[in-house]
Structures are given as structure tokens and as C-alpha cells.
Design a binder for this molecule. Structure first.
Ligand SMILES: Nc1ncnc2c1ncn2[C@@H]1O[C@H](COP(=O)(O)OP(=O)(O)OP(=O)(O)O)[C@@H](O)[C@H]1O
Ligand SMILES: [Mg+2]
Length: 577
């Protein structure tokens, strides 16, 4: 009960903060509209009495009230609809903005790893366009029905004080059952059910432009529709069972309210109330009955919408695990030291084990090793997307955890193995790496080997890229060049490249590596690559295997050792000879 109250307070607070004027207008109009039915009922009763008594003046007076009330309802309805529409749009936007802001506040990547947490975020996002809207609607309906019922109950109280509580009490079981049932529907059908998630996944795959080519080649479209249907059948069967119970329950709880209504009706009429009284009693009870049913149903739906707000509240309250320190270091190429660093992903799999290494300041180092050896994981730790499970990472002798995280990240530029392809113009795709900078993008384009691409595009650097908004689609290698230009545009002390040339043609790759030493000059640089020829020139090469650092040294030194690196080198050179 208390938590319900908290949810309602949170929901009201959220709505009021999102659009105070609209919310107040919305509820103000509700209040006005709530007075109409009671005014109509009262007028009808008085009109009948006046007609019976042949009182012309009273007839005209109450006729005016009756007509005025009816017209007011006609006028207020559309106005309320307009305010409601505007309010709903504001709410959807506010919820989505709150989601984005909160997600941005998480500096690490664990939230994206935690299935339960991420699923909650996805659900909040999916339902953002209608759940808060439903909340305001059902909250409105509850208020409207409640407010409408109040003056009607006041009318009824004039015949005897016992009638309002009798009518309310007899409706109570029905109300409670309805609320409980809605909770059940939410929990079994809508909420976190795995079937609903799988259905969503199947639709996503079947409709995805990225997967369209494969789905067609493998003719797997039918597989996904069957996948959907199988899960739908399970979900639907559960939903049907719950709804059957809904009908049964409302049948059972119909009895007490019928008794309450019947008893009130007969005992009031028995008192001999005259013509006006008869009209008033029948009209009031009929309207009151309708309002109570509306109120109960809206309460049930409100309960369901409140689940959304509960989830939103829980999400907005979550504390980010990774919080930056305060220290800011002097700019310049940093020295990076890993001291006995072990790391396991949140799912428990060990990705790095007792790794100790030193990236010399102002030197280009390289990481090599098989797939899954832990290279990308090391890069993520450098940027503090995760904290090591054991050991520590030092930047110029200071623990990374003590650094002001935003300031540290500003000093680092990275081409990620899975880089972004933004549906923005080419220029914006580059500038997004440093939004404060006014520097021209051309030097970065040239360094990345993308100057030619920029000339070729229909509108030059202003060309919109990606298909999302009807822009020009690039090839895989062209996108990679854009990502490289982005990395070069950012003036960084630490440069990290995770497989930066995987998609490049041999000429572009050779050109890039020819320039690499020059690009990395005056910075600490780290290159992750499977092409050993490209890491040959690195000052120091670190060789990883199954999460462990197995060798390190210069190219010639490692070859002479005849270990893992020499083996990888032999395998690669054989292919070309
Ligand atoms: N987000 C994650 N959650 C759980 N395990 C992960 C995650 N990312 C990577 N791993 C696991 O950690 C190990 C190291 O992965 P990592 O991406 O660091 O390898 P890598 O050396 O970069 O490989 P590749 O050459 O294929 O890019 C792998 O076994 C991988 O399955
Ligand atoms: Mg990798």
C-alpha cells in the first residue's frame, strides 16, 4: 500500500515536472467535467418536480442549468483531448530524455552486460511512447470517475447517510479483484516474460536491414516466423487463462454490488419521494453505477501503468558502479603500467590473467595474439569501461581509479574494433570525436586516407552517410576510414587502434602503416593487429594467449626466441610464399 502511494507520488511528480502547465490544465479540466453529471442529474430531478407542480419559472431555470451542463460537456471534451495530446507528447519525450541522460551517467559498460538491467532499459524505451501516456490517461480517468462520483454520492446522501457507504462498500470487492487481476496480467503476459522477449527478438531479426541478405540466402524467414508463433502460442495461452479468470471474478463480485444497489434503490423509493424524487433517484443511481464501474476499471489499468513508473523509478535510482576520481594529470604522452591485472567479465569468464606490462611514453607498442586472447579487453580496461578484478592500472604512476574519468578519456583516442557508423554527414561523423573543436577536418581525412572518398561523395564532406535517413551507404573499408579520421581528429595523448585496418584494401593499409609512426609521434600509441607485418615497426610487441601475456620484445628479438610470435609469423609468411 505504501509502495503504491510512493509510485503515485513519483508518477505525479514526474508528470508535473515534465509539463507543469499542461498537467495542471489537464487536471483542472477534469475537475470541471466532473461537475457536469451531478448538475444534469440534479436538473433532471428538479425539472420533473417543476413539471409536476406546474411551476413555469422553475422549469425555465432548471432547463437552463440542464442545457448549460450538456453544452459544457460538449465544449470541455475536445479541449481536454487537446491538452491530453500535448501532455502525452511531452511525457514521452521527457521519459526518453531521462533514459538517455541516466544511461550517459553510467561511465562503465557493465550496464550493457547485465541482461536483467539492460532488458529493463529496453522495456522502458519500447513502452515510452505509450506507458506514460496510459498513466496520465488512467490517472485522469480515476480522477474523473472519482470526482464525478463524489457530487453524485453527495446527492445520494441527501436521502440518508447510510447510502453512500453502502454503495461504496458493495463495490469494494470488485475493485480489489480488478486491481489484483491487472497485476497478474502484467506479471504473466506483459512484464518480463521470456516469451515476449523472444517474440521481440524474432521480429527484430526478420525485419532487420543488416540481416536481410543472410535471411534470404538461408531462407530462414520461415524459421523466424515459426520461432515467433511458438512463443506467441505459449504467451497467448497464459493470457487467455488470466482473462478467463477476469470474467469469472467480475461475475462473482457482481453480486455484492447488485445487492447494494438494489437495496438502496428500494429503500429510498419506499420513503415516498414524489415524481422529482423518483426521477432523481433513478438517474443518480444509474450514473453513479456507471461511474463506479469506470473508476474500478481505471484503477486496474492505473495499477498496470504504475508498474512502468515503478520500473522507471528503480532505473533512475540505480547508482553507477564506476565513479571517477578527481585527479587530473599533466598533458603529454602518458606512461601506462599494468600491474598483475586480472579481469573477468560480469558473466564470470576470465579474460585476462595476471597481466603485467608497460607502455612506454611516446612509443608505439603492439598487441598480438589469437582470437579471444584478451586484446580488446585490455583496451577497454585502459579506458576504464571496467575495473580490473585484481591488480591495478597506473597512468604516470597514478591508479586509473583516482583519475577524473572524463578528463582522462578526453586524452585518449581510439578506433574500436566495432566502431560507430553514424547516420550523420561525413563531416559530422568526424567532428563527433571532438565537438568543442573548430579545427578543419581535412588533415584528419588525409591521415586516414579518406580525402579521396570525401571528394568522390556527391556533396563532399556534407554528404549524409548511412541508410537510416536516406543517405549514401559506404563500403566496409570506407566506413573504417571514416572511423580512422575520427580518431585522428581528436588531439590525444594516447592513441589506440584495435584492428584498424581489418577492412582496408592492401594499398590503403600499406599507406596507413607507412604513416603510422609519424602519426603516433609525440604520443603513446597502442596498435592491436593480426597482421604481423604491420606491427613489425612497433617499439615493443606484447604477445597474448588465452588471457595471459606470454612474450614481449622487439620483432627481431621475438623471432629469435622461437616462441608463440615466431610461430604466428611463420604461419603468416608461409601463406604469402
Ligand atoms: N562482453 C563480454 N562478456 C563476456 N565475455 C566477453 C565479453 N567480451 C569478450 N569476452 C570474452 O573475453 C575473451 C577475450 O575477448 P577479447 O575481445 O578481449 O579478445 P580479442 O583478443 O580482442 O579477440 P579478437 O582477436 O577476436 O578481437 C573472449 O573469450 C571473449 O569470449
Ligand atoms: Mg578484439
Amino acid at each position: 500500500m505504501l509502495s503504491r502511494l510512493q509510485s503515485i507520488v513519483f508518477a505525479l511528480g514526474f508528470i508535473l515536472r515534465a509539463a507543469p502547465a499542461l498537467a495542471l490544465g489537464f487536471w483542472g479540466l477534469l475537475f470541471l467535467r466532473a461537475l457536469v453529471p451531478a448538475a444534469v442529474v440534479l436538473a433532471v430531478g428538479q425539472l420533473a418536480a417543476a413539471a409536476a407542480a406546474g411551476d413555469g419559472a422553475a422549469l425555465a431555470r432548471w432547463g437552463g442549468v440542464w442545457l448549460g451542463a450538456l453544452l459544457a460537456e460538449r465544449l470541455l471534451g475536445p479541449l481536454a483531448g487537446m491538452v491530453e495530446g500535448n501532455l502525452n507528447e511531452q511525457l514521452t519525450a521527457r521519459v526518453n530524455l531521462a533514459l538517455m541522460e541516466k544511461m550517459n551517467a553510467f561511465e562503465g559498460l557493465e550496464p550493457f552486460e547485465n541482461a536483467e538491467f539492460y532488458e529493463r532499459v529496453e522495456r522502458l524505451r519500447r513502452e515510452a511512447s505509450y506507458a506514460p501516456m496510459n498513466l496520465s490517461i488512467f490517472l485522469g480517468q480515476v480522477l474523473l470517475a472519482g470526482l464525478t462520483a463524489l457530487p453524485l454520492l453527495a446527492l445520494v446522501a441527501r436521502w440518508g447517510w447510510v447510502y453512500p457507504p453502502a454503495l461504496l462498500l458493495s463495490t469494494l470487492p470488485y475493485a480489489l479483484a480488478g486491481v489484483r487481476l491487472q497485476r497478474l496480467v502484467w506479471e504473466t503476459v506483459v512484464g518480463t516474460s521470456p516469451e515476449a522477449r523472444r517474440m521481440d527478438y524474432a521480429t527484430g531479426v526478420a525485419l532487420s536491414p543488416e540481416l536481410a541478405a543472410e535471411t534470404r540466402l538461408f531462407a530462414s524467414g520461415g524459421f523466424w516466423t515459426r520461432f515467433y508463433e511458438r512463443n506467441f502460442r505459449v504467451l497467448h495461452a497464459r493470457g487467455r487463462a488470466v482473462r478467463r479468470r477476469e470474467v469469472a471474478v467480475s461475475g462473482v463480485y457482481f453480486l455484492p454490488s447488485a445487492l447494494g444497489l438494489g437495496w438502496t434503490f428500494w429503500s429510498v423509493l419506499k420513503g415516498g419521494v414524489g415524481v422529482g424524487g423518483v426521477v432523481e433517484v433513478t438517474a443518480a443511481l444509474q450514473r453513479l453505477q456507471a461511474e463506479l464501474v469506470l473508476l474500478v476499471d481505471a484503477l486496474g489499468m492505473l495499477e498496470r501503468s504504475l508498474y512502468y513508473m515503478d520500473e522507471l523509478r528503480a532505473f533512475l535510482k540505480t547508482k553507477p558502479r564506476i565513479a571517477g576520481g578527481r585527479l587530473r594529470l599533466e598533458p603529454g604522452p602518458p606512461e601506462m603500467v599494468f600491474e598483475d591485472v586480472s579481469f573477468s567479465y560480469p558473466d564470470g569468464r576470465a579474460a585476462l590473467e595476471r597481466v603485467s606490462l608497460r607502455l612506454e611514453p611516446g612509443v608505439l607498442s603492439a598487441l598480438v595474439g589469437e582470437n579471444g586472447a584478451g586484446k580488446t579487453t585490455l583496451v577497454k580496461l585502459l579506458l576504464r569501461y571496467y575495473d580490473p578484478s585484481e591488480g591495478r592500472i597506473l597512468v604516470d604512476g597514478v591508479d586509473l581509479r583516482e583519475l577524473d574519468l572524463a578528463a582522462w578519456r578526453r586524452r585518449v583516442s581510439v578506433v574500436f574494433q566495432s566502431f560507430g557508423r553514424y547516420a550523420l554527414s561525413l563531416e559530422e561523423n568526424v567532428r563527433i570525436a571532438d565537438l568543442d573543436s573548430q579545427a578543419p577536418i581535412e588533415p584528419a581525412l588525409t591521415q586516414a586516407g579518406a580525402a579521396e572518398l570525401a571528394r568522390k561523395l556527391p556533396a563532399g564532406p556534407a554528404t549524409l552517410l548511412g541508410k537510416a535517413f536516406g543517405g549514401t551507404e559506404l563500403s566496409g573499408g570506407e566506413w573504417q576510414k571514416v572511423a580512422l579520421a575520427r580518431a585522428f581528429y581528436r588531439k590525444a595523448d594516447l592513441l589506440v587502434f584495435d584492428e584498424p585496418t581489418a577492412a582496408l584494401d592492401p594499398r590503403s593499409e600499406a599507406a596507413l602503416f607507412g604513416r603510422f609512426a609519424e602519426l603516433a609521434r609525440g604520443r603513446t600509441a597502442l596498435l592491436v593487429s593480426h597482421r604481423l607485418a604491420s606491427v613489425r615497426g612497433a617499439g615493443r610487441i606484447f604477445v597474448f594467449k588465452s588471457g595471459r601475456l606470454v612474450e614481449s620484445g622487439g620483432h627481431d628479438e621475438l623471432l629469435a626466441r622461437g616462441g608463440e610470435y615466431a610461430e604466428l609469423w611463420r604461419l603468416q609468411s608461409e601463406r604469402y610464399n
